[in-house]
Ligand binder design. Structure first.
Ligand code: GLY
Length: 357
């Protein structure tokens, strides 16, 4: 299959188009606002499958770990072509405020150890030594191997790499599947509207996210990604290279609504103040809401839908993390090769099985 249409210009669509174009295929990408409009533009950018996984999501974790393993090569290939994806290796610090949180950190530490990953349990004092701006934390878990990526730099890099490899961009919304030998559906939360097998299987999962900057005289942002659960709500603070801090994210179902609510902003700021009190003096530079592509089981849908039509969607909280493994899977399908480990569990065939259970 030498000619490929990709529907969707977020991190999944752009990564797929770039990787496929490098194999010499003629690629056309359809998106009204490529590299700009969707969930990827608003992502936190953590490449941290374990601290991002939720209990019971073993297949998601396996696929995430496989993609994390592929991230350094993916970034190196982009850099070799002259495009900086903004990969940061500052690691994650997860902090606990009470005994329940501390118990959760024990489980996380064990899990990471079983996977051969380094994770160091810290007392509250040790955590504060690592991140002096932390509030009154009881204990912490330092995960040095976690990566993070500057989502906007990455999107720009992927867009430029696509242009470099002669990907054609059509800035239009797709109503009917494009005419091509192979079509990849990677339109995030909107993908459910593109194919009957995905109708109702992909749903929007709203998330509010903020960006802040230290004003003159403020404590600088944390050096690590810092995660915590405050009042039962998970939050993360991810530093960007230019001293900006990304604070995310709410998660709830609200259809395709993308309004930023006062409650969402309040919850995030209240949580962040507990984790990193100096944030109250920061300038709030951006408030935004995006729509993650939720699937039925938090695993994406990766694989054949129809003859020549492939799904690469439903990445839930993990689009940036899973971009390399998804793009490599698409290229493997097109080449008739075995796809990466962990992708079988994500086959859309499971939708069919569920319907007949
Ligand atoms: N991966 C972060 C989020 O979805 O909020």
């Amino acid at each position: 299959m030498t000619n490929l249409a990709v529907v969707g210009g977020g991190v999944i669509g752009l990564s797929t188009a770039w990787r496929a174009a490098r194999t010499g295929r003629k690629v056309t990408l359809y998106d009204p606002e490529p590299a700009r409009g969707g969930a990827s533009w608003l992502a936190g950018g953590m490449l941290a499958p374990v601290t991002e996984a939720w209990p019971g999501e073993e297949d998601v974790l396996r696929l995430g770990e496989e993609s994390l393993r592929r991230w350094p090569d993916f970034a190196r290939d982009l850099r070799k072509e002259g495009f900086d994806p903004g990969l940061a290796e500052h690691g994650t610090l997860v902090v606990a405020f009470d005994s329940a949180d501390a118990g959760h950190l024990e489980i996380l530490a064990r899990h990471l150890g079983e996977m051969g990953r380094t994770a160091e349990r810290l007392t509250g004092r040790e955590a504060k030594r690592l991140e002096p701006g932390l509030g009154s934390v009881r204990s912490g878990l330092h995960v040095p191997g976690d990566l993070a990526v500057d989502n906007r730099k990455l999107l720009q890099a992927l867009y430029a790499a696509c242009v470099h490899h002669h990907v054609r961009f059509r800035q239009e919304r797709v109503e009917e599947l494009p005419d091509a030998e192979a079509v990849v559906l990677a339109a995030g939360a909107w993908t459910g509207q593109l194919h009957p097998r995905l109708a109702g299987a992909v749903r929007p999962l709203k998330g509010e996210i903020l960006r802040l900057k230290p004003r003159h005289g403020c404590l600088p942002p944390p050096a690590h990604t810092v995660r915590a659960v405050v009042e039962g709500r998970p939050i993360y603070l991810v530093p960007r290279g230019d001293s900006e801090l990304v604070l995310g994210a709410t998660q709830y179902e609200a259809g395709f609504d993308r309004a930023v609510t006062a409650r969402g902003v309040r919850e995030l700021l209240e949580g962040a103040e507990r984790v990193f009190p100096a944030i109250t003096e920061y300038e709030l530079t951006e408030t935004a809401a995006g729509l993650r592509a939720g699937s039925r089981d938090a695993l994406p849908y990766l694989g054949v839908l129809d003859d020549g039509v492939f799904a690469a969607t439903g990445h839930h909280r993990n689009g940036l993390l899973m971009a390399p493994v998804t793009a490599d899977a698409v290229v493997a399908w097109l080449e008739g090769e075995a796809p990466p480990a962990g992708t079988e569990a994500a086959s859309p065939a499971r939708l069919h099985l569920k319907e007949h259970e």
